[in-house]
Write a new protein. Sequence first.
Lengths: 1034, 570
Amino acid sequence: MVSWKQKNKLNQKIIIMKIPVIKLEKYFKLLLISVVFISFNSTAQAQTVSGTVRSGTDNQPLTGVTVQVKGSTKATATDSKGHYVLRNISTPDSLFFSYIGFKEETIAINGRQEVNISLQVEVASLDQVVVVGYGTQKKSDLTGSVVRISMDDKSLQSNTNLFQALSGSAPGVNVNGVGGAGGEPTISIRGQTSLSASDQPLIVLDGIIYNGNISDINISDVEAIDILKDASAAAVYGSRSANGVMIVTTKKGKTSKPVVSFNMYYGFQDMTNNPMKVMNAEQYAIRLVDYYWEQDLYNWYKTGPTSDAGKPQRPDVNNPDIVANRLRTQEEKDNFKAGKSTDWVKEVLRPAPIQNYNLSLSGKSDRISYFLSGSYTNEAGILKNDNFKRLTLHTNLESKVTDWLTLGLISTYSYRDQSGLPVDLAAARLASPLANNKIGFSDYDMYLTGESYMPYPLNNLYVTNKNFSNDLFLVGSAKIIIPGVKGLTYELNYSNTTSNSNNNTFYPVTTPLGSTNNGHAIKNPTLRTNWIVNNIVTYNKSIGDHQINATLLYSRENSQYQTSTLDAQGFNNPVLGYNNMGLGTIATVASTASEANGISYMARANYSFKSRYLLTATIRQDGFSGFGSDHKFATFPSISVGWVATDESFLRDESFYLKFRASYGKNGNQGIGSYSSFSRMGTNSYVYGSATAVAVYPSTLGNADLRWEETASSNFGADFGFLNKRISGSIDVYKAQTTNVLVQRALPPTAGYASVFANIGGITNKGIELALSTINLDGRFKWRTDFAFSLNRDKISKLYGGQHDADIGNSWFVGQPINSIYDYQMSGGLWTEKDLYSGNILKNWYPGQFKYVDQNKDGVIEANDDRKVIGYKTPNYRFSISNTFSYKNFSFSFFLNSIQGGNGYYMSDNGSVINASSAPAGYESAAIIRTNLTAVRPYWTPENGVNNSAGIYYAPAVWSGVYQSRSFVRLQDISINYKFGKALLKTIGVESCQVYLAGKNVYTWTNWSGWDPETGVSNLPLMRNFIGGVRLTF
Amino acid sequence: MKKYLYLFHAELLLLLAFTILIFSSCNKNVLKEVPLDFLAPENAYNTLPGIRQGVAGLYSQVRGNWFYGINDNATQLYGMGTDVAYYGEDPGSARFLTDYSTFFNPSNTYISGFWVLNYQAIQRANVLIRGINAANSIIWTDDNQKNAYLAEARFFRAFAYRILTTYYGDVPLVDTVVTSAKVDFVRAPKADVYSFMENDLSFAAAHLPVPGSEEAPGRVTQGAAWDLLSELYINEAKYQLAIDAASKVIDGYHYALMKSRFGTRLGHDVFGSGDVYFDLFGYGNQNLAENTEAIWVIQYEPLIVGGSTNAGERVFGPAYFRMGNTPDGFAAFRGELVNGIYTGYSDTLGRPVGWMRPTNYLSYNIWQSDWNNDIRNAEHNIKRNFYYDNPSSAYYKKKIDFSAYPPGSRNSLADTSQYLFPYFMKIADPSNHFDNPAQSGGGYTSKDIYAIRLPETLLLRAEAYVHMNNLVAAASDINEIRRRANATPVEPGDVNLDYILDERARELYGEEWRSLTLRRMGKLVERVKLYNNNPIFPGANIQDFDTLYPIPQNQIDLNIGAKMEQNPGY
């Protein structure tokens, strides 16, 4: 049997040999097929076909359904009554119906003049249409790694920030949660490709690169988010796309009948189940006795005792006089003896309400589609005075002015208000439980016990603060179907983001920052603007089974930023606060400004044959002003191919789907901001006599050689569906090689600068991602499971050129992950008195101190030979599982999210929480006698047998972090909801009604001590909440 | 075939032309960056005002880093852990140089500052020197003007190397602007560093303004350069040159010891008495033209931009306000009435926290011979007696005496190391607290600080004379100071280096950088063992190798282009 490939070769040979006469016609046909810009028209009998398209669920007519003659560019759309007419088509043709959110259908005409059809709502994810950048593609036609996250699934969760909603939602999408009202999580896609430049993915909102604040986006306005993970998918966005691209698509009007929908929820937040524990009054007082006792003890240890003889005895801590005598201030002594104490951590926390209201109106006629919405969010943080309020207005209008011109306008306005300075949890953790409690009194102590290191944790309640921003994001677009050339369109769009924020604060004289000079006012206005112009030319063509799509882009981008700081002190009359700075006696001003520009060119071609063999090729050139003058531009090519195996005749089976994808491409990263190539001067001031002198000094070292960071990556993936697609999913493996890594490189202090931006070396990332959806039960009782797993490994492949380069100071080593922890290795446990007495102890080490591994076995623990890579900060793997059950009108879902360490991964220094002790010089040991400490583990004393936390007096010969795994499994979201029956609702004119209860961060399983493992030792703890809500549509 | 020809229709050509137009309309110049809000090293210092701002940058950094800043570097310079002071608040702490064996550790960020901050200063000076040399000559009225600015920059460069080489021995010599990621520094022999400093200081001594003709108060003059040069020559064992340099200061200008009362405190003696030594440290007196003793004064000014504050009171005084109650149970100090509330702090004593507790050597031993006649030991200059200040108590206005409390009811270590100890009032600024009245200044004042005062130059010359075995001349210089203080003159036979160190302690505590003096004289280990009476760590566990600080570990780790040797012992 001759294979297809061999046949082809044979043909070519024939062609080459017999070009002259006979095969000319054949040769010409071949040539025609391979030329891109050609058209192919069928020449059968002509007729007119019309019909109506309805929704399969409610039999309502559907507006705007694309009806296309299969294999040609002839197409139309249904009108507001769902009606369509197609003229001049040939009888053997079939019609292809497509509509977002519904399954596509192909119907053979078979000589009929009327073809009516009901479209079914789309369930299986493989038929999704995803946005790929300057265009859309059916998921089944994709060649790159793209994942779609539908916001519909998130509608019952209390997310205030879009990133929050993405946590654990897809493999390779890594969200790091934060605490605080309106807190903004950080997000990264796949591994870390950069050392110092931004890790944030590029955000594209409705087709336009979005430089605004993610907090401005109302989640209810979002239809879906498509995440482009591999190089080929992201390459269309070349610049900055090395960290992946997040494409946010907002809702549009869909049906001719106007839809009004309303949803709201209300709930309460509190701390998660991993709170910080601080010492209570008794522990606080006694630890001082032990601290001074251990001072004596260590002095005695240093004399080299061989038995307990002469050992200083622990004072009697049951004697209140002895304990009180060690307390620092009289008020603490008095309160200790009187048994009065205060839990300051409790005093700064509160149960915090969270509420959200959302109203939208949408619809579509044959010429105009519209979506209008407004929302109000009010989230209180669990720290008193931590507030977040947001008002958004969003419109998405599209008008088909003529057959060849479509105009669009998207506008998003957001008002955010975070007024009020949150009370100080850090101060509360440090505050003496024995300090006088004057909460609510006007003569409160701004410094507890009169000590400036112990500010009153609630001071901020007395500070006036107004912190708000007005942000506007506008996109205007015009799409022109070029007459004369079928399939050729030109789109011009312009977007503008303007963010104006103001932060005004007045610190009265009764607060630390206002006390020095009769009150202190600060105004801090900032203005950020950003515009982008895109010119896009696209060309679509089908010739028989060949489909071609070509896109050309020219884009210009500009961003500007300016801030001012107005500062006044010395308010003899403070009543007007920051509103009249002129009443201050000392005023200073400062300002900053910056500007950045970008230019991009892009060309992309998609080719598919029978929707079975798919090819995408892209080339993009980007210029960014922030690089050195000779390195502004970089070019990023990519290519990807796909093969739908189950479309082959030998595999064809409706219940089974399998597609393979492969891609290779380059992306860039410019995430260093403006001016990094310049050396900069800083400014401060001095005084000669009583005359101020402005001082100018070199502050930052520049690097005129600074250039693009480039990541070349390849991705192999497969999408699959079995058992009538009840099991579906995708698997991807990838490898990414980053070169010219942008690095904030620490310099030896002798250089006079702490660091410099540089391009050095290389980083390799590789990983595997798996997404799996199963419909376990599909009857009256439905059960669906979604599972996501991702594993990424990164490695520094090159630093400065040498094979074994080790940059200890920056903790970078060739062959090791970027976030390696280079430190002393603990060997477990503490030295004991037995070790000391028997002489079985290293020189300069004493009981109650952590044991370290003497790596070079020279009997001394010292910096140059005994540190090594002992672990990594990056996770080992992540997974998430979501389960949705529904029965009749009830549904219940829960979502588990996990980040796992193990084998030295996902480690972090938790010493400040674990080790309640003084620290050696250079690590703020003096705090021990002044402030409260954590109490997650008791500290060592010779008698109490503690083996995992050092003595309270701690001055070891060397010091390292106390590393712990942050692995956790979190019950991140849980919800139950009920949908009222349609019959009942119809009588009151309601289309649908749903009520629900939901919880967020409900429970976390972890071995990490203290604070939540995800946020670490942060003073904005992660919150848990429970809400109840209702969703209505009319 | 014909149907494909529309590809070349006019409309399409037009469109292509249009596309090409917009694609090419961009000018690559839009990517050129123009700094909007900062100056670059290349253009900041090419005008006279720019150069003046660069000079101010040198002063600002030196003030912030070394002169009574509330940081550990300053306490170490002024003598924490030497023969004059130990950490009073918590003598057994692992911080504040109570114990050399744990504190002197290459990773200790509290001691690496001497390295890091001085190399920053050197870079500042180098950039300024480059700028002055590169500036268009038309900005200068004459060469003298240009050289005066060069001299000022080179003075500060030498000033940084003075600290570096004293603390670390051989150090990398950075003599030009660092413009790229340099990671291959090597330590230069101390002798090379000395000769580099000699060049800079000689140039400064020749080209700085003559004292009195400086542009503004607080700017360095030839006097300051000669003083540093004199110290440098002693380090290089060039004693005659040291004597000559010191003599330039002592005899060459208008400098003279103040012998009679002057300035702002006349008629305002907050402690009921005063003298010329007390006046030298009065608020505003350091800059006065009539003060002929000041050679270089670090500038502070209350409540204006750039004025700043210093933490002298906080660092040097006792934490009296923490001592608790009177024996009859009232707060020992009621304090000032501010905004209707008694603060607990005295406006004459400020709010010190008892960091530097003077050793018994400094508090008592060195005064024994002239306890009652040496004006520097007068109660208004060293406050040794404190009084209860609460009208509610029967002890009101009585002298505080811890023996009045029931036995065992007090913490005697804190009583004598932290709450009450001799308070050198030259550092305090009684009743001049402009900021933070609710805390009597919070430990901060805006009083100017002497960086160099004439007695220091006299003692340098005396030191050089001792090395030259001219004890008569040495005694004469020392007695110049002692006579002004109404102390008994020293006999030449009693003069030696230790005597000079004692006299330095009497005259210059809180002004001289004791830690630097002891190191350069090779007296550190001996005198710490003798006089550092830290009650928990007597002698502070000092070892011979502690005369040099450890090279910071991050310098060794980051200097990957060349091996940087650690100092011995660490």
